[in-house]
Design a protein around this ligand. Sequence first.
Ligand SMILES: N[C@@H](CCC(=O)N[C@@H](CS)C(=O)NCC(=O)O)C(=O)O
Length: 205
Amino acid sequence: MITVHHLRIGRSIFTVWLLEELGADYELQVYLRDPSTFRAPPELKSIHPLGKSPVIEDNGQIIAESGAITSYLLEKFDGQHVMHPDRTDLKTWATFTQWLHYPEGSVFLPLLIKMLLLRNSQPHAALDAFSNAEIKLHLDYISQQLSDKPFILGEHFSGADIGITYVVSLAKRIGVLNDYPILLSYLEKNIARPAFKRAIERAVE
Ligand SMILES: N[C@@H](CCC(=O)N[C@@H](CS)C(=O)NCC(=O)O)C(=O)O
């Protein structure tokens, strides 16, 4: 059975969502952030040296990093390739892998910078200019990709939509999604999925 080390509030809810989509058995170990620093509690460091979430445990193996966890869970539970392409179709698999790693690899950092600037009363012109330009670049790109298809790989929901939904939801949370109707409806559609609702109920997000 998979154990998910779930930090509230944060991106591990997206791992829980994936497990619900896959219909996998799992248990949750819930951690709360320090209310003053908003950081993870020290107990998470006894699970993985980085002390971050998500981390999953399966048969004694510890796996960190959302993208790697998504790959692992798809390999383990999506043998029919409903939510991820088969590697034998290398071209489609490469596109999938790009979308799988893009949210954490490129989109998250400018969103984080913007979020920290919004929390801080001191302005920082250079960081503000950098994060605004990068956020626009990425949101334009994702929006353009979704302009002619309902999901990031095409007609069907896939494992790559999990991470993309995460960064789009973060963009909404920090108030930079208003000019992106395509992304707003993509987000609405995905969080209305029964598996997402079950994840929220179970993780009490
Ligand atoms: N790149 C990692 C990032 C993990 C991460 O930073 N998680 C945040 C929660 S959303 C965290 O644990 N923050 C608490 C802390 O750093 O103290 C991933 O994709 O899983």
